[in-house]
Design a protein around this ligand. Structure first.
Ligand SMILES: Cc1cc2nc3c(=O)[nH]c(=O)nc-3n(C[C@H](O)[C@H](O)[C@H](O)COP(=O)(O)O)c2cc1C
Length: 195
């Protein structure tokens, strides 16, 4: 395969996989470090390198999910609280190997808008997802529950100016990958300008 074929296959075959269908098998921390090293090669304007990660593994996964569920409970008015949501958040990590919380650390270079740092961090996430795909690691980028809420920022000790991008559930699955789908045609997404 050419390099283009290899990267095309990895990009197009990457699928989001719900943690509920993970099989409980653990990923070596050394492999997680390799994925994080790929993240570190995201493009970065003026080398602000804003991507930051909090890695949960072992008992830390269960504890994080319990804490996440409790944050939901504490920050949801009683009339809006849904027990099934609480239970889902609490058990979401039961078959997961690692959870990586990803945030963008706002730098001090005034020439670099926050948007650029968030974009760079999103690229870092994609590097992880593509690395995971190449290793048959199942992954889901999730922003559900309290992940983007102020309560999660506080829980993870982020500063006001930092931005949560989500959490990544990582593990393995025995289930076949669903077919990928895109709903909007490329014609609608691309404009070719003639000089
Ligand atoms: C920023 C972001 C947040 C996402 N949050 C969630 C989420 O909270 N729950 C979820 O099931 N999927 C989430 N996803 C995954 C999308 O559902 C998924 O990418 C989409 O269905 C396309 O499927 P694919 O990734 O397999 O191509 C998120 C994706 C992105 C980029």
């Amino acid at each position: 395969m050419t390099n283009f074929e290899i990267i095309s296959k990895t990009i197009t075959e990457r699928r989001s996989t719900k943690p509920q269908i993970f099989n409980g098998k653990k990923i070596d921390n050394a492999v997680i470090e390799q994925l994080l090293n790929l993240a570190n090669w995201a493009p970065t304007h003026a080398f602000t390198e804003p991507w930051r990660f909090v890695v949960m593994h072992g008992d830390g996964v269960k504890r994080f999910c319990e804490d996440h569920a409790n944050l939901y409970k504490q920050n949801t008015p009683e009339e809006k609280f849904i027990q099934a949501t609480y239970d889902k958040l609490k058990t979401q990590g039961d078959s997961v190997s690692h959870i990586i919380a990803v945030f963008s650390k706002r730098g001090e270079n005034p020439n670099i808008p926050e948007l650029e740092e968030i974009c760079a961090t999103a690229c870092a996430v994609q590097n992880i997802l593509l690395g995971a795909e190449s290793l048959d690691i199942a992954a889901l980028w999730s922003t559900g529950g309290q992940i983007l809420k102020p309560s999660m920022k506080q829980y993870l000790n982020l500063r006001e100016e930092d931005t949560m991008l989500g959490i990544l559930y990582l593990g393995y699955t025995d289930q076949p990958k669903p077919a990928g789908k895109r709903l909007v045609s490329m014609e609608e997404k691309v404009m070719w300008y003639r000089s």
